[in-house]
Design a protein around this ligand. Sequence first.
Ligand code: NAD
Length: 338
Amino acid sequence: VKVKVAINGYGTIGKRVADAIRLQPDMELIGVAKTSPNYEAFTAMRKGYKLYTTKENIQKFQNSGINVAGSIEDMIKDSDIIIDATPGGVGANYKKIYQEYGKKAIFQGGEKSDVADVSFSALCNYNDAINKNYIRVVSCNTTGILRVLCTINNFDKIEKVRGTIVRRAADPKEVKKGPINSIVADPARIPSHHAKDVLTVLKGIDIITSALVAPTTLMHLHTLFITTRNKVSKEDLLNILSNTPRILLLNTEKADAESTAEIMEIARDLGRYRNDVPETVIFEDSIYTNGNEIFLMYGVHQESIVVPENIDAIRASLNIMSRDESIRLTNETLKIGK
Ligand code: NAD
């Protein structure tokens, strides 16, 4: 039997997870829910997804010519687990309803960590999420940081992390966000919340982050300075990072590419669906080691990096596959690393 999955909140993250669910041999998409009858609702209908909305909004959707399969409660009742990809903070309000119907749920990084039993990053703590009813997939930035840190930490214990996150100002579809001509210290106060979010998964490390926002929509870019207990060589690092699923090394010299724009162009040239890059893309030539110090830089495609994490979180919650089996199947079906 397939796991019945519903998507509450069919926006940037929800629509990608919906498409990913349809590619999983062990999952069935029950339907998707949203509150505004906009173009995303139309395209969901065109794709043949069953669409649900709040009771108050059903008439509004029908008036816009969008067929509605029922209320969000109907969708919840028909599912085993809900991917909650509603806007940040909204998911916490839905938790009561999921609980009322005895359903499991996966929340996103815009929620506070206490919404769930565990914050999740597949490479770091899949096993902690096994059989948990409420799991929170950490944010795009935190997912990017954790993939790198957990990989290095498994090789040699990390003693300290200092990092700077250059965030994209808006997703490509967002027309009302800025800045458009400034780099903003956001927050100007150190540490930024990202360090705290990393600690929800990789507990007890010494980490401080700062964050800026730049006028771009393509990707985030991080630079990390890590110290490990022992001396690490660049060769060792290249070896472990290139053998880690969901991490790609971009040889900036050979590719003659050293920007987020060029990473996205490669995705376009490869014909990737929606130009998505769910991998953490490390600039290979940025990897620098000196004794027990490591520097590196990488890009994070905010719209897609958490998609495979949501799929793995479902399997962990229902305990239907081991970590390695789930990561392998998710990567294969979503063509990650290809
Ligand atoms: P979005 O605005 O693109 O989509 C949200 C969707 O939820 C919309 O379809 C909207 O119609 C629907 N919605 C709004 N209120 C609702 C309600 N009360 N009930 C049901 N549906 C409702 O948002 P997003 O960017 O996909 O973000 C969703 C979550 O994912 C947030 O927690 C966010 O922090 C997190 N996240 C976003 C990104 C990103 O870069 N966009 C990356 C990682 C994590």
